[in-house]
Design a protein around this ligand. Structure first.
Ligand code: PLP
Length: 463
């Protein structure tokens, strides 16, 4: 092990003898660069940074452990973009003036309010381009959960029939449970083993009193893209309203609410490199939706509450960048990286992709997602093992993390409990690089091999 000393910091790292490894005293920022450089050059898997704070040491702490913190610096690859994404720097910059400089309430008539109002209006114009709708049809809200709830609670009354699918996000499924208690009949249409919803199953579920159909654009766990255009036509023929939860599709596929044939469409900022707690909904003109939030006359009386101006500005910037990414080849490049990742993992024995295939035929998926079952591996254990090696993935829907229940999506697709529990979702950010994918492909086989060696299933010791 080589060591680097800097101020009060001591770094020990595996690797060759670099200038930094001579034990010279260097300042903190140089130290950080050296460590990043060594990690990037694979000269060390990780550098162990021991911080010894002289001030703390002088205080004669009760326990020597309090004076030493260990921080692990290693390549981290975030493959959980379907759970959330970080803000892009451009988004942070766009939001920055709206925290302090232009802090006004968009409803105020003075100069502070005008600046905020202008920003909201400009963002509404961007979102109208994003959805391909009129500006008056864009309603800002707090994100996907609110959009999904608004569609369901805002349209359905006792005696109505509601069709949705068994692979929706819990924001739809739990809202559906709630309307059942209020006298609404609900049909949950199941997917094919490929993860696709067959529009004919929606048609078969239709009743004269069907008022609303809600189907997601892209599944959060498998990335499978649903045939929303065909479902939209079925809804139109029957005179039913159609809502799309497009939270996982936004920024990953071309958007056109007219082509989708929907009346309502929900998106969320934080799934597309925008801020958390802000989203938008397309509400087709004339859709008789009752607002969930009442109070002031914000958002044309469709959603009361002082506008989250920095959040809305951030959402707008994220949406504008998402449109650019679709046009400039970024999303295609991402699909290539996902395919490389998937193919590399499938080289391991006992692995298969969940969804994405209808027989031999590929079904369309979002560019960033793959969901893979690993035989003889426990998904949660893999998530932890990979996290320790710097790779963040999800063992199912992130919103269910902490729960041992196998994924309802994978179960609905016909996987048994064990296979569902042994599955991992890899979802890449649009900033992912080839080096990221290579790192994942290096650590996944190591983790699988180790866990399989420990597995009672693999060892044949399970009754
Ligand atoms: N719909 C889908 C498909 C999602 O994946 C999520 C979040 O994971 C939501 C809705 C909820 O969105 P939000 O976190 O903005 O409330």
């Amino acid at each position: 092990m080589n060591s680097i000393t800097a101020g009060s910091r001591l770094i020990r790292a595996k690797g060759s003898r670099s200038a930094a490894s001579q034990g010279r005293r260097i300042n903190r920022s140089v130290l950080r660069i050296v460590v990043d450089f060594m990690v990037a050059r694979n000269q060390c898997d990780k550098a162990i940074v021991s911080v010894v704070d002289p001030a703390q040491r002088a205080k004669k702490l009760d326990s020597p452990y309090n004076s030493i913190r260990e921080m692990h610096v290693m390549r981290r690859v975030y493959c959980d973009a379907n759970a959330t994404t970080p803000l892009l720097p451009e988004v942070v910059e766009a939001m920055r003036p709206y925290w302090m400089e232009h802090f006004g309430n968009a409803s105020s008539i003075h100069i502070h309010g005008q600046a905020a109002h202008r920003a909201v209006d400009q963002t509404r114009e961007t979102l109208a381009r994003f959805f391909k709708c009129r500006e008056a049809e864009v309603v800002f809200n707090s994100g996907g959960t609110e959009g999904d709830n608004t569609a369901i609670f805002g349209l359905l009354r006792a005696g109505d029939h509601f069709i949705t699918t068994s692979i929706e996000h819990s924001a739809v499924l739990r809202a559906a449970d709630r309307v059942v208690e209020r006298g609404v009949a609900v049909t949950f249409v199941g997917p094919q083993p490929s993860g696709l919803i067959d529009p004919m199953d929606i048609l078969r579920a239709m009743r004269p009193e069907t008022r609303l159909i809600s189907v997601m654009l892209a599944n959060n766990e498998t990335g499978v893209l649903q045939p929303v255009g065909e479902i939209g036509k079925i809804a139109a023929q029957a005179g039913a309203f159609f809502h799309i939860d497009a939270v996982q599709g936004a920024g990953k596929v071309e958007f056109d609410v007219r082509r989708f044939g929907c009346h309502l469409c929900s998106i969320s900022g934080h799934k597309m490199h925008g801020p958390k707690g802000v989203g938008a909904m397309y509400v087709r003109r004339g859709t008789p939706i009752e607002p969930m939030m009442v109070g002031g006359s914000h958002e044309r009386r469709q959603r009361a509450g002082t506008e989250n101006v920095p959040g809305i500005v951030g959402l707008g910037k994220a949406a504008a960048l998402a449109m650019e990414s679709l046009a400039d080849g970024t999303i295609e490049r991402l699909a290539g990286l996902r395919d490389r990742l998937e193919a590399g993992i499938l080289e391991l024995s006992g692995t298969r992709v969940n969804g994405g295939f209808d027989g031999d035929k590929r079904v369309p998926r979002t560019a960033n997602t793959t969901n893979i079952a690993f035989d003889q591996v426990e998904g949660e254990a893999m998530v932890i093992a990979l996290d320790l090696k710097g790779v963040a993935v999800s063992g199912g829907s992130a919103c269910h993390s902490g729960s041992a229940e196998p994924s309802h999506v994978l179960m609905a697709m016909g996987l048994d409990k064990n296979a569902a529990r042994a599955s991992l979702r890899f979802s890449l950010m649009k900033t992912a690089t080839e080096a990221d994918v290579e790192h994942v492909l290096k650590v996944v086989p190591e983790a699988v091999e180790r866990l399989r060696a420990l597995s009672p299933v693999a060892a044949g010791t399970l009754g």
